[in-house]
Design a protein around this ligand. Structure first.
Ligand code: ADP
Ligand code: 5GP
Length: 206
């Protein structure tokens, strides 16, 4: 199953995904490609595949991206290879912007789309500032984009408001676990149980 997480930059997507993955078994993370510069704390191949604009454009041309978008002046995308490789290992979680999420809504109709809200605009600004990764220009771009991005929330299946991190991560975990209980996911397991009833000999007196 695919879980698509979206929401404005700084709302806490990475933090929540990290926490959810600590608590849930078999939940892989889709590593995106980007032309953005690597942050000091990031690792190539773990947080992103950091590539040049030319490399990114070649991947688009060769139809290697399942979705991609310009976000805050850089290119970001999910490769077909990443999805195919990781989906074999279990459920897969994608942290992508709203444009990418919209592209996947048509392609993966059974995926679970989750929108993360910060508690307020003021708090988002504070979190972005405290994270301290952005230049003043990028900081401004992210805040301006946030105003537009939040308008997309009605297109999503679930909403998590990331005010208290423990409460919010518990909600994200609940969404993943309850999606795993959907009848179409349980069908195989249930089939075996039902069969055991159908095959059972009558071993009691009526
Ligand atoms: P995103 O991945 O959406 O851009 P991050 O996960 O990087 O956001 O979070 C942005 C900043 O806010 C980080 O410094 C993170 O530690 C902090 N943060 C995340 N969730 C909370 C929360 N619930 N309360 C306070 N700070 C938070
Ligand atoms: P950041 O630069 O803070 O890591 O990410 C900026 C934005 O790009 C975030 O909203 C993040 O969700 C989004 N993003 C990350 N990877 C992808 C991707 O593969 N595709 C798209 N469309 N957006 C992505």
């Amino acid at each position: 199953m695919l879980f698509i997480i979206s929401g404005p930059s700084g709302c806490g997507k990475s933090t929540l995904v990290h926490k959810a993955r600590e608590r849930i078994k078999n939940l892989q993370f889709s590593v995106s490609h980007t032309t953005r510069k690597k942050r000091f704390s990031e690792r190539n191949g773990e947080d992103y595949y950091f590539i040049s604009e030319n490399e990114f454009k070649s991947m688009i041309k060769e139809d290697k991206m399942v979705e991609w978008a310009f976000v805050h002046g850089n290119m970001y995308g999910t490769s077909r290879k990443e999805i195919e490789k990781k989906a074999l290992q279990g459920d897969l979680i994608l942290d992508i912007d709203v444009q990418g999420a919209h592209q996947l809504m048509d392609r993966y109709r059974k995926a679970v789309f989750i929108f993360i809200f910060p508690p307020s605009y003021k708090e988002l600004k504070k979190r972005l500032k405290n994270r301290g990764d952005e230049s003043p220009k990028s900081f401004q771009k992210r805040l301006e984009a946030a105003k537009k991005e939040i308008r997309s929330y009605p297109d999503f299946d679930f909403i998590v408001v990331n005010d208290d991190i423990e409460k919010a991560s518990e909600e994200l975990v609940s969404i993943v676990l309850s999606a795993r209980c959907r009848i179409e996911i349980k069908q195989k397991e249930i089939g075996r149980i039902v069969q055991s009833f159908n095959e059972a000999k009558r071993d009691y007196d009526e």
